[in-house]
Design a protein around this ligand. Structure first.
Ligand SMILES: Cc1ncc(COP(=O)(O)O)c(C=O)c1O
Ligand SMILES: C[C@@H](O)[C@H](N)C(=O)O
Length: 385
């Protein structure tokens, strides 16, 4: 039995992120008969099969298995960038900008143009045109070489018509278009747009297997063959050239061949139910709960995130801030408990409003002991990461 306190050993009550999905017995079984070739030499059959499978889903000629979405995004962006000075334009909340440890600055030596969407939810072509840096010979600038979009971003589904407009403009201006598709599976379910259509729009897509799909790790980066060859070069440089990756890839293949559509649809239904609960009780949300995330607007709710986390522990659900993440392993009972925890935290905020002028972090981890009533013992340790 794990020596971790019970709350930290299951996914059924883990609302911190869909990255906490745990591998299924079927995945573990499949790993036992996975191929064991050396993937650096392109000799691992299950790795090659997964790369082919995901590339075909996206309608792209080639795919590359990466051990993380961060690696996949960063080597894609690096491979699109030639001859600095150059810059990457993205949403100010984009993971490639806010949560990949300045990879763009360090690996790509790129400037970033973070843009606030005028509609509050997703960048439009007008937002991009207003903010991009033209390659017009002005020696002061770092021309925009890549637009990096995220679909979904904070669970918000990108309207495909807007993506088509942005794509046409990027082609006209010789600007590459990358998609951080950590949750593209969720966008496919909610929008009904097939993955192949996103493959026609984006030059490259990083498709995560470790979030809502539930694989233990990894992403597949897809694009044209020449581009993926260069990405493989940067993957090796960054230490991502792994050897017997067949076990992980076989487990991911089980997820890709599994009933992910039903899984994700259920997680979206649960998120929509919580969003409706929030509307009923006047708990403000930061953005539309299109897919599997409900973002509580802590600032407008004047809610202390630590109180929310503690209420979660009291009702035996794991939270880490204003983002409530759903995935297919969340139980119905946990959904009911997270409603109670949230409502109690909101009522506490109404009696004890919490105002902070600091950033509201979405992602952080905490460790704490809880007493028999579920009240946190000692100070809640919260770590930003
Ligand atoms: C939108 C988004 N992109 C990329 C990543 C990076 O994936 P990984 O954690 O596998 O590096 C994450 C987080 O997992 C994410 O939420
Ligand atoms: C923490 C962050 O990197 C992760 N992608 C998440 O969404 O939980």
């Amino acid at each position: 039995m794990s020596d971790l306190p019970e709350p930290y050993t299951s996914a059924e009550n883990d609302f911190r992120s869909d990255t906490f999905t745990t591998p299924t017995a079927e995945m573990m079984q499949a790993a036992c008969s996975a191929s064991i070739g050396d993937a650096v030499y392109n000799e691992d059959l299950d790795t090659l099969a997964l790369e082919r499978q995901v590339a075909q889903l996206a309608g792209k000629p080639a795919g590359l298995f990466c051990v993380s979405g961060t690696l996949s995004n960063q080597i894609a962006l690096r491979s699109h960038l030639y001859q600095p000075p150059y810059s990457v334009l993205c949403d100010y909340r984009a993971h490639v900008y806010t949560h990949e440890a300045a990879g763009l600055a360090i690996l790509s030596q790129a400037m970033v143009t973070p843009v606030v969407p005028s509609n509050g939810n997703y960048l439009t072509l007008e937002d991009i045109r207003r903010a991009y840096i033209a390659d017009d010979g002005d020696i002061h600038g770092a021309p925009t070489r890549v637009v990096s979009l995220e679909n979904t971003l904070h669970g918000i589904v990108y309207p495909v018509e807007e993506l088509v407009r942005i794509k046409a403009w990027c082609v006209e201006n010789q600007i590459r278009l990358h998609c951080d598709g950590a949750r593209l599976w969720n966008a496919v379910i909610e929008s009904g747009v097939p993955m192949k259509q996103f493959g026609e729009i984006f030059d490259s897509i990083s498709i995560c297997l470790s979030k809502s799909l539930g694989a233990p790790m990894g992403s597949v980066l897809v694009g044209d063959a020449k581009f993926i060859k260069k990405c493989n070069h940067f993957r090796k440089q960054q230490g991502g050239g792994v050897r017997q990756s067949g076990m992980m890839c076989r487990m991911a293949s089980v997820a890709v061949q599994g009933d992910w559509r039903a899984h994700l649809a259920r997680s979206h239904r649960m998120a929509h139910e919580l969003a409706a609960f929030c509307a009923t009780h006047g708990i403000p949300l930061e953005s539309p709960a299109d897919t599997n995330f409900v973002f509580i607007d802590l600032r407008r709710a004047r809610m202390d995130p630590d109180v929310l986390v503690k209420k979660g522990l009291k009702y035996h659900v794991k939270l880490m801030g204003g983002r409530v993440s759903f995935h297919y392993q969340i139980s119905d009972a946990s959904l009911e408990r997270v409603k109670v925890a949230l409502l109690e935290a909101f009522q506490h905020a109404q009696a004890h409003p919490f105002d902070t002028d600091g950033p509201t972090k979405i992602y952080r981890s905490e460790s704490t002991e809880v007493d028999i009533e579920g009240n946190a013992i000692g100070e809640l340790q919260t770590y930003k990461y």
